[in-house]
Design a protein around this ligand. Sequence first.
Ligand code: OGA
Ligand code: MN
Length: 373
Amino acid sequence: MSKSFLERRAASRAALAAAILGAGGGWDAFRRLFRFYRQRDALDLRGVVDFSVPGSQVTLGSSCPRKCLMILSPHPLPFSLWSGFIFIPNPFLPGCQRHWVKQCLKLYPQKPNVCNLDLHMAPEKTIDLWGQSTEQLRRKGSSKREPKSLLEKLRWVTLGYHYNWDTKKYSANHHTPFPSDLAFLSEQVAAACGFRGFQAQAGILNYYHFDSSLGIHVDESELDHSRPLLSFSFGQSSIFLLGGLKREEAPTAMFMHSGDIMVMSGFSRLLYHAVPRVLPNPEGTALPSCLDQALPSDLPVGSVIERSSDEDWQVCAKYLQSSRINMTIRQVLAEGQKFPEESGTNGKGQAASEDSHHQENSRAKRHKPNPDS
Ligand code: OGA
Ligand code: MN
């Protein structure tokens, strides 16, 4: 099972060669690998780096000036910031991931936060997605034919400064309070990685199912790129592709498992990346074993983690059997910085089409208008 780094690196090259040979001409290297890993049948995963295997380490592509990745075992948090990309394999204490999953499903989709369903449903219909979905989710069998609950139709939620999918901008007048527990988690993780004073000002929560993917993009809408971007993953695993400053550069493929945290800072802050695929939990059980653990009876004083009821967790667990949730947290403005004056718009237009975010069954995609990312 555990292959050496060199073996994995060789397999990665082989996968790349296969992807290139199997593809038509004219595609950039990133898109080729995106297509390679998006395929559903007989997917060769030997080239995918798995940081849950101790000692995993890779270097990024040729445009990266220094070694980019470092990985340490879960505790304590790593401090090394080579070229700014930090992968922290699940550092969550037992039971804590459950809190964040419940917040992503029960609390954060609530008003005044914004979600994809708001774009073409009457406001009164999206007030209580959780309440409207729990019964349906609990009863749900494995048949794909059953109608989807509203929670299963959720694709994204935005927090704080709400990202406008059409203009690709944040603006001063479309802002709601950022959840305090998530701001605290983000500040702690950022500080542990050397970024003191990080302010969680915007969040994009992504909700994935086995047929979802996230197109190739760079997160450049934030006005201060010197602040890191934090990413938290829960539920089923996925493949993450991290490329270079140009789309021509072939990306490195890595697994993101439940609880894993990525910090994109420094040089890595503006690298192309994508999520071509969500994969069933590699342990072979319906849910990753790190989610089996409940919270210990004594929580640390001042903890932002709340104990969830068993009933709520059962709903979350059912949802996660076929889903992955990712939270990306951003600081938009530098300390004391203001948005530039806007001309002609009120900045409120959140009128993106619902599908502009995720690629699902190869429909439209996010960030980049180019076909097929
Ligand atoms: C994003 C992003 C990665 C993920 O939301 O910008 O890159 O794992 N998400 O969902
Ligand atoms: Mn991104």
